[in-house]
Design a protein around this ligand. Structure first.
Ligand code: 3UK
Length: 524
């Protein structure tokens, strides 16, 4: 087989992907487009000059050569605190092409988090956008051993100076499909973040299985993701997926808000929009006073946390469009169970993405019968190889070809996977497993409720019961009658043991940087 190529079997079934023995993933994602005649096509758009596939290939080479000129060792980690902009692409792919390992970091983090990651990764270089200087520089001055190379993306003395001095030609470093390629730090709701090590092959596998297999992505698509590139979800949405099919990515550097998203959609007319449930809810509220033209969008995607059925329905009523909820993870890299165009149902995660395998197991390690809930394990070609520096967590999570997602699921009568919560958020009420998420979804249906979180609390008898924390649309609605009103609402549809026994009205819910409710912080 020719170097750096892969084949997908004739039926185009995602199950059979064969990689050349020498496979550096930068070649099929960047250089292939020149061979295929796409040099003049726009690869990246936004509030900067359009970047064509020709420009992209050249800048990737310059960036790879710039890193080489620093004298990094092969496999050196390059930490990136970089905003969504074309330089993110240059650095990520330039590092990979030159044989280094880029590690994009969540840009919402603070100095102590970065300090940990700099020390944990043993990185040789840190590259950051000036907007994040305060936190990054505070971390760098606190670390015990400074990485040898510290570069800014923008401004004088930035990487641009090194890049313009470097050659625009670069031979891809030899690699194999299963070599370490890039890392992402996985942020659990508890414990230290874990460096999640992905191989070269994981990138094309997610594109083939999900982007092409489920979304039917093609060259004409234009992708816009409210989730940023540092998040595995955004990395696929707005970088690796469009680069696989030769489509166009639209980038916005700032934080996403409904107004910003509507503006981006009207300006750049994406065909696929990737959001998260919290943003879809905020966009619905914003549409009370705005009528954005969303007609370019052929697919709305949601991931990161479960999409309540009520948001799905309201979105469909308001826009006529369907939101395709799918579950992904940093470890599996992208979405592995999903709703699909023409095969979707409100309130469920959908079906297995073709190419992945799933099993739901009980406490004894046996597979449950259809309809019963248990721990969801997944197998497939894009699962991280291991956690850096963390053999215990690797052994507990990744077992043979299978990975424990940490999520509780059951399959409904139609075969759809239904999310019940994280394994550790599940509660037993009267001996029955009870999903906080199901109760939250019910509460959110109530017109006065904006957000809800449900946790386990022991009553006077030390028996576990659900407790609700509620953010109201209009705080002045809080009043003596409201608890009863919400309870009546729960009685309409929820099993008795699931009724919240306590209601707390709060201004906001504790969330992780990526928007997941931190239920452990609400537990008394
Ligand atoms: C939860 C969901 C219900 C679930 C991600 C798309 O979220 C992503 O990765 P993370 O590592 O978190 C993984 C965990 O988040 N989750 C994500 N999506 C859903 N729960 N319904 C969903 N649709 O607990 C999962 O284990 O931050 C999402 C693509 C790539 C990703 N990395």
């Amino acid at each position: 087989m020719r170097d750096h190529t892969l084949t997908v079997d004739a039926s185009n079934s995602p199950a059979d992907i064969v990689f050349a023995p020498n496979f550096n993933v930068a070649v099929p994602f960047i250089d292939r487009h020149l061979e295929e005649g796409r040099a003049g096509k726009v690869a990246i758009r936004g509030a900067f000059n359009d970047v064509t596939y020709g420009d992209l290939a050249e800048q990737v080479n310059r960036c790879g050569n710039a890193l080489n000129s620093l004298g990094l060792l092969p496999g050196a980690r390059v930490l990136m605190m970089v905003a969504d902009c074309p330089e993110f692409f240059y650095l990520f792919w330039g590092a990979i092409k030159a044989g280094f390992v880029p590690v994009p970091l969540n840009t919402l983090l603070r100095a102590p988090d970065y300090q940990f990651m700099i020390e944990d990764s043993g990185c040789e270089a840190v590259v950051y956008s000036s907007v994040f200087a305060t936190e990054v520089e505070a971390a760098l001055s606190a670390v015990s051993r400074k990485p040898p190379h510290i570069l800014r993306i923008d401004g004088e003395d930035g990487i641009a100076a090194l890049m313009s001095a470097a050659s625009g030609k670069l031979e891809a470093a030899p690699a194999t499909a299963t070599d370490d390629c890039f890392w992402l730090y996985s942020s659990g709701s508890t414990g230290r973040p874990k460096g999640t090590v992905h191989a070269h092959r994981d990138i094309p596998v997610t594109a083939i299985y999900y982007a092409v297999g489920v979304l039917g992505m093609e060259e004409d698509d234009v992708c816009f993701s409210a989730a940023k590139l540092f998040f595995a979800y955004g990395l696929g949405n707005a970088m690796t997926f469009p680069l696989w099919v030769g489509a166009t990515a639209v980038l916005a550097a700032g934080p996403p808000s409904p107004a910003m998203i509507f503006d981006m959609i009207e300006t750049y007319k994406p065909t696929i929009y990737y959001g998260v449930p919290t943003l879809y809810a905020a966009q619905l509220r914003a549409m009370d006073d705005a009528s954005p033209d969303l007609s370019s969008v052929r697919a709305y995607v949601s991931a990161g946390e479960a999409l309540p059925g009520d948001i799905f329905r309201r979105w469909q009523d308001r826009t006529g469009g369907v939101i395709l909820d799918g579950i992904g993870s940093t470890e599996i890299l992208h979405i592995f169970i999903s709703n699909a165009p023409g095969d979707h149902k409100p309130g469920v995660s959908g079906r297995l993405v073709p190419g992945y395998g799933a099993k739901i197991i009980n406490e004894n390690g046996n597979e449950v019968s259809r309809g019963d809930s248990g721990a969801l394990w997944i197998k497939g070609g894009s699962i991280a190889k291991y956690y850096w520096n963390n053999p215990e967590r690797t052994a507990a999570t990744m077992q043979g070809e299978w990975i424990n997602t940490g999520d509780t699921y059951y399959q409904d009568e139609d075969g759809y996977f239904v999310y019940c919560g994280r394994n550790d958020d599940m509660m037993k009420v009267g001996g029955i497993w009870c999903s906080p998420f199901e109760i939250e979804a019910k509460l959110i249906e109530h017109p006065k409720v904006l957000e809800a979180a449900v946790v386990a609390r022991a009553d006077d008898d030390e028996l576990i019961k659900p407790e609700a924390f509620i953010v109201l649309n209009d705080p002045s609605d809080a009043g003596p009658g409201l608890e009863g009103e919400l309870l009546d609402h729960c009685k309409d549809g929820l099993a008795r043991y699931k009724y919240p026994r306590w209601f707390n009205f709060v201004d906001e819910l504790p969330k992780t940087a990526t928007g997941k409710i931190q239920r452990f912080k609400l537990r008394g």
